[in-house]
Design a protein around this ligand. Structure first.
Ligand SMILES: *Cc1c(COP(=O)(O)O)cnc(C)c1O
Length: 223
């Protein structure tokens, strides 16, 4: 039997749990994109996962991703890279050049900076608008009340917004927040739903996640 701690075994077990949860909601295997969040993880620990077939990765810092990913991608050009963390407007150019998707669009100034950066670079990564779904003051994401206006600005700026993203409050049952995010996405005609992390991805998949962002369950605890 394969070592249960090997990257192959971890990835297979996770994919299994993900497809099972999606299946309970009548969704096809593979309906949910697994983003392997490799922030703080060294390239030597990422390559075994690439060898096991994983192709979609997430990072939360532009600089760290710039240091790690050009070489990894040269070796495996079909790797896709998602930015899952906060983005400062002054890093929009670098982010647009490096990432295939950006998950934390949450304010008008960033919409404007990304639109300019995309025009300049001639490349348009998929965008998710992050919603502060639990209305937590310390958290990123647009306030629920401001979501319609921000989406209108993003559309006016021709930002390719494909969905919504959220991180529910840490100390609460996540299902109601996932259900609320799914309803907001439906209301606004958006198909993408980036929700669910190591501790709650099955619930998220059951409630319609199209992208789950998983770090510790794949790579182990971050140092
Ligand atoms: C770190 C991070 C994740 C992954 O978290 P785990 O609990 O390690 O799976 C997902 N989403 C965002 C936005 C993150 O910053």
């Amino acid at each position: 039997m394969a070592d249960p701690q090997s990257p192959d075994a971890r990835l297979a077990a996770l994919r299994d749990r993900l497809d099972h949860a999606a299946g309970l909601a009548g969704r096809a295997p593979g309906a949910v994109t697994l983003i392997a969040v490799s922030k703080t993880i060294a390239p030597e620990a990422i390559t075994p996962l690439i060898a096991a077939g994983q192709r979609v990765f997430g990072e939360n810092r532009v600089q760290e991703a710039q240091a790690k990913w050009p070489a990894l991608r040269e070796a495996t050009p079909d790797c896709r890279l998602h930015l899952v963390g906060q983005l400062q407007s002054n890093k929009a150019d670098e982010a647009v050049r490096l990432f295939d998707a950006i998950h934390a669009v949450d304010r008008p100034s960033l919409v404007a900076a990304l639109a300019r950066a995309m025009d300049k670079a001639g490349r348009r990564p998929d965008c998710f608008v992050q919603v502060n779904i639990g209305e937590e003051p310390q958290k990123g994401g647009v306030a629920l009340a401001d979501l319609p206006a921000l989406l209108a600005e993003a559309r006016a700026a021709a930002l390719p917004v494909i969905g919504l993203m959220a991180v529910p409050p840490a100390d609460r049952e996540p299902a109601p927040y996932f259900a609320l995010l799914a309803k907001l996405a439906r209301d606004h005609g958006l198909a993408g739903l980036s929700m669910g992390m190591s501790g709650d991805f099955e619930t998220a998949a059951l409630l319609g996640a199209t992208h789950v962002r998983i770090g510790t369950a794949l790579f182990g605890a971050r140092g």
